[in-house]
Design a protein around this ligand. Sequence first.
Ligand code: ADP
Ligand code: MG
Length: 336
Amino acid sequence: MAIQELPIQVANQIAAGEVVERPASVVKELVENAIDAEASEISIIIKEAGLRSIQVIDNGKGIPADQVNLAFKRHATSKIFTSNDLFRIRSLGFRGEALPSIASVSEVTMNTSDGDSSTEIYLKDGEIVDQKASALRRGTSVLVENLFYNTPARLKYLKALSTELSHITDIINREALGHPDIQFRYVHDGKTLLTTNGKGRVNEVLAAIYGFRQAKDMVAIENDNLDFRVSGYVSMPTLTRASKSYLSLFVNGRYIKNYKLNQAIIKGYGSKLMVGRYPIAVIYIELDPQLIDVNVHPTKQEVRISKEDLLYDMIRDAIMAALQPVQRIPDVFEDE
Ligand code: ADP
Ligand code: MG
């Protein structure tokens, strides 16, 4: 066969193979778009673990009607423009891949308004089928239906609905923890699974996710130097879990996975943890975007951090200090 450029739908489906692994990946991308749009309220409405539908509604800045088609074009983004921008990324998205990828493996209906113009667009197989004026207050709603209907291999690879749902819940919990200033509402098949109040208090988000009693057993941590600011909450050594999946790390608001920094958390407990038990921790790292490379993997959960060894020490030391007996946090739940 002669070499030829791939049709755009095929190229998008290939990208989707990396970005849209499962329903939870769609949730992550849509929620992160809402966060980038500076929403203060985000609703996530899921049906049948995302296989029937995923809808994310935000009150963010919306997209002007005449740009909506661009949002579904590959490598089209409002978040970066020059290659220098790649070294100072503050937004969660920047690759301009999520919407075209999602649209190539599902049916998408987007309603969006920037306050001046409102539009509804419907895509199937990644192509715009219909676009018309609509009525919506400022914000965006993205409805994704029949995910993977045209990629049977991917559909077959999915796990039980309960497993897919737990991946969705996991990602929403982390986004809510990463953004305590945003009000989240998460509904599955008519049942509300999480609401957060958006008041910016991490311990209240922790209570909403892990329960009031657990949240009370967590202590605040803090550590600063010229390069990093570390803050967050970690559980008392008596409050543990059987897996490391209750460790959450955020860099400038982005949830990341990092084996080494997870080890720093555990090290902070010294010999206080029983074998096979892990704490609950939510750690926020603020740094100059120049110190981090997020352009490592399409899902952007894997990042490279300069001076990671220094950060490791800071996290470990912050936890060690916080677990000194005198450092229990005051009861902040009294007024709720
Ligand atoms: P990226 O987030 O990497 O820019 P996406 O494909 O996720 O790429 O989105 C493309 C563009 O569509 C974004 O850059 C943004 O301008 C716009 N967009 C997507 N979702 C929203 C939203 N919920 N609110 C406002 N604008 C959005
Ligand atoms: Mg995006």
